[in-house]
Every structure is written in C-alpha cells, then in structure tokens.
Design a protein around this ligand. Structure first.
Ligand code: GAR
Length: 218
C-alpha cells in the first residue's frame, strides 16, 4: 500500500475524486494528508469532513519562495509519502523542491499539454479556436507544465461553449484520469524512459479517454 500527500489551493474537487478512489476496495494507495497553501480553501473542509489530516502552509507568511518550499517540504516529509499529488495547487514550485520529489511528484493540468500551459487554459483554448481540449496528468519537472505526460483525456469544444461550460466538461475527465494515474503509480506501472512515460497496452487503452460527448452534436 503506497501513501500519498495531496497538495491543493482551492476547491479540491480533484482531491475529492482521489479520496473517492482510495476509498474503494483494493485501491493500492491511501491518502496520508492534504496540504494547502490557502487557509480558507474550501477543499480543506472536504478533507476534514472525510477524516483526512489537513494542514495549511500559508505562502503569504513566507516572503521568499525558497522558504515556502522548504516549509512545504517539511510538512510533506512528516508523512513520508511515496507520492505527492498536486491537485489544483496553484503555486509554482522551485527547482530544489521539484528535484527533492523527482519521480514521485505528479500534477493534473486542465489542457492537452504541451498546448496551453499556465493559467486560464479554457478561455485560451476557446480563443485559439481548438476543436479538442482536455486535461493532462504528468510528472512534474522544473519547467512549468512540461514534465513527462502520463495520460490525457480529451473532450470536444462545442458550439456555444464558454470557459465555464468547457471547464466543467474537462473537469469530469480530470476526475476520471487522476485516480487512474495514481493507481498506476501505486502499482509501480509508470516508467519514464528517455523522458517519456512508457505505458503497456492496457494502460494505453485506458489512457485514451475521450468524453462520450465527443460523439454526436456539433
Ligand atoms: C483543476 O481544473 C486543475 O486541473 C487545475 O485547477 C483546477 C482545480 O480544481 N490546476 C491547474 O490549473 C494547475 N496549473 P479543484 O481544486 O476542484 O481540483
């Protein structure tokens, strides 16, 4: 049984999806703790309501990023996790922090990377006129939103979409994808070869998640 710490900044719906998954019988990982950089994040209450230790490391108390990163690492290491999962964690982490957790730090990002790294991904996808959008689970490396891609899920961009409707469609896929990827990690099935994640055939099939809404209406 692997243990993980989840880092959040806000709503915590991906965290909740992970908590749902680890609550299933025979899931090979458990959530040791949830850490959050914002004291009033709604996700903290969700974690507490589910009996998961939830701690705040408030970034505003650390004028230097390195000091915040060090405090965050100390809070994480108290749980000696096998995996650190960023789930809507909205702080950029420094190179030393990322190196400390190399190979066991993953993120879910709301775009089909390498398209649309950074913020406001859904509006930027609409502005670019893309027909397919989605989300990406990836290992974290020092370059923002550029680590080895583990799996992606795609959704169609529909006529009349705004950033909110598109975000909601993508979020459904995030909640499917992230638990799947955490399961693979916990099962020891994620290998990085030459900077890319090697998946077996069964993983390849499962990783190609396309929203059911992709068929029909346009
Ligand atoms: C999610 O869409 C996640 O992919 C995104 O923030 C949202 C958090 O929602 N993460 C990033 O943009 C990271 N760069 P949640 O708190 O409900 O999981």
């Amino acid at each position: 049984m692997k243990s993980m710490v989840i880092l959040i900044s806000g709503r915590g719906s991906n965290m909740a999806a992970l908590l749902d998954a680890v609550g299933e019988a025979a899931f090979p990982a458990r959530v040791a703790a949830v850490l959050c950089n914002r004291p009033h994040a709604p996700g903290l209450e969700i974690a507490a309501a589910r009996g998961i230790p939830a701690r705040v490391v408030d970034h505003t108390r650390y004028p230097e990023r390195a000091a915040f990163d060090a405090a965050l690492a100390e809070a994480i290491d108290a749980w000696t996790p096998d995996l650190v999962a960023l789930a809507g964690f909205m702080r950029i982490l420094g190179d030393d922090f990322v190196a400390r957790y190399a190979g066991r730090l993953i993120n879910i990002h709301p775009s089909l990377l390498p398209a649309f790294p950074g913020l406001r991904t859904h509006q930027r996808a609409l502005d670019a006129g893309v027909r397919i959008h989605g989300c990406t689970a990836h290992f974290v490396t020092p370059a923002l939103d550029h680590g080895p891609i583990i799996a992606q899920a795609a959704v169609p961009v529909l006529d009349g979409d705004d950033a909110d409707s598109l975000a909601a469609r993508v979020l459904i896929q995030e909640h499917r994808l992230y638990p799947l990827v955490v399961r693979w990690f916990a099962e020891g099935r994620l290998r990085v070869v030459d900077g890319r994640v090697a998946l077996d055939a069964a993983q390849e099939a499962a990783a190609s998640l396309i929203s059911p809404q992709a068929s029909g209406r346009r």
